[in-house]
Design a protein around this ligand. Structure first.
Ligand SMILES: Cc1cc2nc3c(=O)[nH]c(=O)nc-3n(C[C@H](O)[C@H](O)[C@H](O)COP(=O)(O)OP(=O)(O)OC[C@H]3O[C@@H](n4cnc5c(N)ncnc54)[C@H](O)[C@@H]3O)c2cc1C
Length: 311
């Protein structure tokens, strides 16, 4: 996994786990793939199921998404997104989800990531299989059908069943929504991707909050920084003061407070990379892009570099 991998073993990874995956993202457009990238980077075993009607499939050429100066064909854009999810350790499958139901996962409280105490999960039924997961993040644009079992709790509206969400959270614990299908976006791919990230960060913060307390979750970010930014006596002292001023709340016992401080420090430290690693990642990132470009275009461009052809 290219993700930060600071959280250790998740519930789904345990040999006796009642889960097939920690989280199922339903929908593989800009919102779903962006969400899955963040969730996999956090360390959750992330499954994306995507098949069916999509908005991006109707776009002729995506020309307003930052990072593609001459525009990009929607299929290539989605393929790049799937590559990114896989690079971070997630799995993408072409399956249509038919139903999502709540299930009890049994009494357990390991305190591990993805295993907040005393809560349930979901059974996700697709046209090809069935999965038990702790969380569901829906990003299906026109298809709000899976919210039918939750109609008493989740407000949906209009022809496509647009879902009212708050930073991607729905009133159903463990169930999140992102992108076009929510009332929180405008209909542009880059906004959908941003909202997918927002919903994923809400899920992650809720997971951290359940293991510690909400203020610990509120500080979750997945930045990668240059080696030397963190660490040393000054930094240790600085983080302790910051923790006591901004994160610690009354009535937290000493062991939990110490665990939370250690968790926050290790999250920061694990994201430092040195100059060699920066260069390695930059080169690998470029190779990943090349894999999804048209081979003829790559060859034509390479020929111009040799001087054998003009652009
Ligand atoms: C005609 C048209 C042209 C557009 N042109 C542009 C443009 O030029 N630039 C721009 O920024 N935006 C454009 N948009 C808007 C853009 O497509 C959307 O904002 C964006 O695609 C929303 O992303 P999303 O991930 O929320 O939804 P989508 O991209 O629609 O993704 C939904 C995903 O859910 C999957 N899905 C649906 N139901 C199920 C199910 N039951 N089980 C599993 N998977 C399911 C779909 O297969 C798809 O993978 C255009 C939209 C249209 C309609």
């Amino acid at each position: 996994m290219a993700g930060t991998d600071t959280v250790g073993e998740t519930l789904a990874a345990r040999p006796d786990s009642p889960l097939d995956h920690d989280v199922c993202v339903v929908g593989g457009g800009a919102a779903g793939l962006s969400a899955a990238t963040f969730l996999a980077r956090y360390g959750l075993d992330t499954l994306v199921l995507a098949r069916g009607n999509s908005a991006i499939g109707q776009c002729a050429c995506l020309e307003n998404y930052l990072g593609f100066p001459g525009g990009i064909a929607p299929d290539r854009f989605l393929a790049l997104g799937e590559t990114q999810v896989a690079h971070e350790g997630g799995t993408v499958r072409e399956e249509a989800v038919e139903r999502v139901d709540r299930v009890e996962l049994g009494e357990r409280s390991t305190g591990a990531i993805g295993d907040p105490p005393g809560r349930g999960g979901f059974r996700v039924e697709s046209d090809a299989g069935e999965y038990r997961v702790r969380y569901v993040l829906a990003a299906t644009a026109y298809d709000g059908e899976m919210f039918a079992p939750f109609e008493d709790e989740v407000e949906t509206d209009g022809e496509f069943g647009t879902v009212d969400s708050d930073g991607g959270r729905t009133p159903v614990e463990g169930l999140y929504a992102a992108g076009w299908m929510t009332t929180e976006t405008v209909h542009q791919a880059v906004v959908g991707a941003g909202h997918g990230a927002r919903a994923a960060v809400s899920l992650i913060r809720d997971d951290v909050a359940a293991r510690f307390w909400p203020a610990v979750g509120d500080h979750y970010v997945d930045w990668v920084v240059r080696e030397g930014r963190y660490g040393g006596d000054d930094w240790d002292e600085h983080t302790r003061e910051w923790f006591e001023d901004e994160v610690l709340v009354d009535d937290v016992d000493d062991d939990l407070a110490a665990a939370a401080l250690a968790h926050l420090r290790s999250e920061f430290r694990a994201r430092e990379i040195d100059a060699d690693e920066r260069e390695r990642r930059d080169r690998e990132g470029q190779r990943r892009l090349l894999e999804r470009l048209d081979d003829d275009v790559v060859r034509e461009h390479a020929a111009t570099l040799d001087g054998t052809e003009t652009p």
